[in-house]
Write a protein that binds this ligand. Sequence first.
Ligand code: FES
Length: 203
Amino acid sequence: MSKDKDKGSVDPNRRAVVIGGAAAVAGVAAGIVIGGNAFPRLLKETVIEKQPEIVTKTETVTKTVQVQQTYQKQLIANYNSLSVGKPVTTSYMGYTITVVRTGVKSIGGVGPNGDVVAFSNVCVHMGGPVQYDPTTNCGVCPYHYSQYDFTRGGMQVMGHPNQFLPQIILEYDSNTGNIYALGFNRLLYGVYDNIAQASPESS
Ligand code: FES
């Protein structure tokens, strides 16, 4: 009797365990399924970024730059228009110069008497304006009173300079009386290259 009773009855504690176990299994199964959908698989993707193409364009531009490469031959005076002791100020390749007849044969002089000379009018001491003095045949700088002998190639005869005044190399055309400048015989004051720093437009 008690055995049948036992057969027909279920121990409430055991039922709870069974139900609990079944629920747990179901829960795990559901978790796997739900979890499978709930957390999408992380895909590792390699993205190759395409860099913009850089095109380098080389353009050759040809420019014509006028560069003075040598001294010019330039007409600077005519013998017939010069008078002894009367200087003429003009320019050669952009540099201011003084042309004068000294009245005596002079170093570097041209013309029938060899007395036409020309010099830079910029003092080699500190760039003062050299002015010709007919009484001494010297170029005199008013800044510090230096003097250069125009009959002796511009040699300094008084004052601060320790070099000659730059002289212009001249050429004389006996047919026309024209006097041409061909170049300077030394570096001018304040420049590093007489030719490179000349002014072609004013030559
Ligand atoms: S600048 Fe001519 S003597 Fe000084």
